[in-house]
Design a protein around this ligand. Structure first.
Ligand code: ZN
Length: 295
């Protein structure tokens, strides 16, 4: 059986046990951007529908159109965007312990029989945010500007990309090879550590791309609301073939490898993904676009 990856949440911050839905969309991302947006943006006739069709929920779509129209335009007009062939997560992707793909996870985490509706809704909302953020110009710039942080010693089987374009194309290629079909599992058990797991898309390819998360990573903790989304992106990069190979001490929570690199760009600090994790991450791209929920 192919190797599993253990992916630790950014910090041991999973302390709340109430699921609170993400509702915020931060309008405070600077008037400068807004001014520029208004003078240059030509959105599609129905940008809200267009955003929803690529996975955003209605509320997030409205907030993005209002506060970040030029970014919306940039994402929607890119025919090569990541997830271009995976427009929206289908309900049949959320599976339980009876699914054939659950077995490989079983030695690491106890897979729950099924997802509940709130968990699915929450996950879809988070996923939609990931779809948007990784296709923004800000992400692309952050990815390229900090690329020297990556250390090829830890790349494993798939070489680290030299730039965003290579990363983007690899992501779409890997998803296409598995028919753009994910299977998401909910893990449980007594050890509530806030972890997520995934299996890489190496030949011989499996028919689907597999990700398992523990339910508590969906929970929001004040100051760390973007923890789940950034960790889930980390997992997705594993399904695209990227690893943090070698000694875990050298790679866990380090920006020297692709999974943590992109996790920190969107969840910690886009200007410096190696920066220390802080609460209320003002320079994290998820914070820029979606703000905070629990203020
Ligand atoms: Zn990992």
């Amino acid at each position: 059986m192919r190797k599993l990856f253990f992916c630790f949440a950014k910090k041991a911050i999973i302390i709340s046990f109430t699921i609170i839905f993400l509702v915020a969309c931060d309008p405070s991302d600077g008037n400068t951007t807004k001014t520029t947006d208004q003078s240059t943006t030509q959105l599609p006739s129905d940008p809200q529908d267009a955003l929803v069709s690529i996975g955003l929920d209605v509320e997030d779509a409205k907030c993005l159109i209002k506060n970040h129209p030029s970014d919306v335009q940039y994402v929607l007009e890119n025919p090569d965007r990541i997830f271009k062939n995976l427009p929206k997560l289908a309900d049949d992707m959320f599976v339980g312990s009876s699914d054939r793909g659950a077995a490989p996870f079983a030695s690491f985490v106890s897979i729950l029989p099924t997802w509940d509706k709130d968990q699915i809704r929450q996950f879809k909302k988070i996923f939609g945010r990931i779809v948007f953020v990784v296709n923004t110009q800000k992400f692309e710039s952050a990815f390229n500007n900090n690329i020297n942080l990556l250390n090829a010693d830890y790349e494993g089987k798939l070489p680290y990309p030299e730039n965003y374009e290579v990363f983007r194309d690899q992501a779409n290629k890997a998803m296409l090879a598995s028919n753009n079909h994910y299977k998401f599992y909910m893990g449980g058990g007594t050890d509530t550590t806030g972890l997520a797991y995934s299996m890489p898309a190496y030949p011989p390819r499996m028919p689907d791309l597999y990700v398992a998360i523990e339910p508590q990573i969906l929970e929001l903790v004040k100051g760390y609301e973007h923890n789940a989304a950034s960790l889930i992106l980390h997992e997705l990069t594993h399904t695209w073939g990227y690893e943090h190979a070698g000694n875990a001490e050298n790679t866990t929570l380090k920006a020297n490898n692709i999974p943590y690199y992109v996790q920190f760009i969107i969840g910690t600090n886009a200007e410096n993904p190696a920066a220390k994790v802080e609460p209320y991450t003002p320079k994290a791209l998820l914070e820029v676009y979606f703000g905070h929920t629990l203020d």
